[in-house]
Design a protein around this ligand. Structure first.
Ligand code: FAD
Ligand code: UDP
Length: 366
């Protein structure tokens, strides 16, 4: 065998694990079917602005080792995510906090806000939330649910909020302080110079072949290494033998606005009404506090995935979870192949979780 490991996919899972394996003297070879490295965190420079090609990516973690790991390749800035929601022209702060409660109800104290939420929760009669709608109302009441959650969620997932799992909305903090930080994690930021630079440095010294689909030359790729680390879709690996897992895909309408220095004053503005066809607008320069004379914005549209589209979000409802476990059973019987990352594990992982898992997997393999 020419290599100890073939790594299929140059996203953060593949990049992290190969970087550690290489540092321990293992011979690694990486392929990616895209024309660039980095998977979904890939950024490209347009007029000096690092554009998050596959959507807004903000790094956050409470794991010091993960934070130190990424900072050993590139410096991170102090960016703190504070998206704003636009509902029919009125702006609200996110995540749900005292600023939002003031904007929604005019309340100025945590006690007043908590009373309104408790009353709305009681009126809804939800005791044991079983889906996203019930979970949201019992966390935050019906006014915020109908203004900031229901339409956005249904646009993003293409399903009724009553048909979605409750855990999705538990990602968002609810705070009774005036704090617009979207995350609770101890560390947060964006790599100065973009994520591509981070991944390039992680892959330093590793042979990478782009525009190469594992399945297009399966016998060859299987023959060149002892072990394979696979980070693509798990159902594709098994030729969809049990059927297709569902994903949501997104597409971006990106525009370079010449002579516009500041389009929306924030990197992320969510459109939480049902009529606006996109879910959010990203203004990329604000991730790195850019002062360029122009700006780049991306309108993000969400739609159901079909074969040939990029899979972005696994749809972790009951039906897909059951199907995934059937594939997982097959995966566990593969001696030569290790499955890891958002697509191969069919999990709604954030970047820090993917890195954490890859570091653990590298330890295990070594
Ligand atoms: P990917 O990045 O998907 O990489 C998989 C790679 O494998 C791809 O490059 C693909 O081309 C390649 N591949 C697949 N099949 C094959 C094949 N057959 N042959 C060769 N190559 C193949 N996380 C955060 O922490 N903060 C955020 O703010 C955040 N925002 C997000 C916004 C959006 C819109 C999305 C979709 C995700 C966001 N995430 C965020 C999550 C983050 O993108 C993922 O956790 C992370 O990128 C997953 O890395 P990965 O290596 O598992 O997968
Ligand atoms: N969400 C919402 N309104 C918003 C932002 C988020 O209802 O303005 C819901 C939506 O269901 C989304 C979930 O909260 O899927 C998690 O949001 P997050 O911003 O973490 O989603 P991601 O960054 O993964 O797109």
């Amino acid at each position: 065998m020419k290599f100890d490991f073939l790594i299929v996919g140059s996203g953060l899972f593949g990049a992290t694990i190969s970087c550690i394996l290489k540092a321990k003297g293992k011979k690694c070879f990486m392929i990616d079917k895209r024309s660039h490295i980095g998977g979904n965190v890939y950024t490209e420079s347009i007029n000096g602005i690092n554009v998050h090609k596959y959507g807004a990516h903000i790094f956050h973690t409470s794991n010091r080792l993960v934070w130190e790991f990424v900072n050993s390749f590139v410096e991170f800035n102090r960016y703190t995510n504070s998206p704003v929601a636009n509902f029919k022209g009125k702006l609200y702060n996110l995540p749900f906090n005292m600023n939002t409660f003031y904007q929604m109800w005019g309340v100025t104290t945590p006690k007043q806000a908590a009373e309104i939420i408790a009353l709305q929760k009681k009126e809804s009669g939800v005791a044991n939330p079983k889906n996203l709608e019930e979970q949201a109302i019992s966390l935050i009441g019906k006014d915020i649910y109908y203004t900031l959650i229901k339409n956005y969620t249904e646009k993003q997932w293409g399903r009724k909020a009553t048909e979605l799992p409750a855990f999705i909305i538990k990602r968002l903090p609810v705070r009774f302080t005036f704090d617009n930080n979207y995350f609770n994690d101890r560390y947060q930021g964006v790599p100065i110079g973009g994520y591509t630079k981070l991944v390039e440095r992680m892959l330093d010294g590793i042979e990478v072949r782009l525009n190469s689909d594992y399945f297009e030359d399966l016998d060859y790729y299987n023959s060149i290494s002892d072990k394979i680390i696979y980070t693509g879709e798990i159902d594709r690996f098994f030729n969809y033998c049990f059927g297709h897992l569902e994903y949501r895909t997104v597409h971006f309408e990106t525009q370079l606005l010449y002579g516009v220095e500041n389009y929306q004053g924030n990197s992320v503005v969510n459109y939480t009404d049902a009529e606006t066809p996109y879910t959010r607008i990203i203004e990329h320069k604000h991730f790195e506090f850019g002062k360029q004379p122009d700006t780049v914005i991306s309108k993000e549209y969400s739609k159901e995935w079909k074969l040939g589209d990029e899979p972005y979000y696994p749809v972790n409802n009951d039906k897909n979870s059951k199907l995934y476990f059937r594939y997982k059973e097959l995966a566990e019987k593969q001696d030569k192949v290790i499955f890891g990352g958002r697509l191969a594990e069919y999990k709604y992982y954030d970047m820090h979780q993917v890195i954490e898992k890859a570091l653990m997997m590298a330890d295990f393999l070594l």
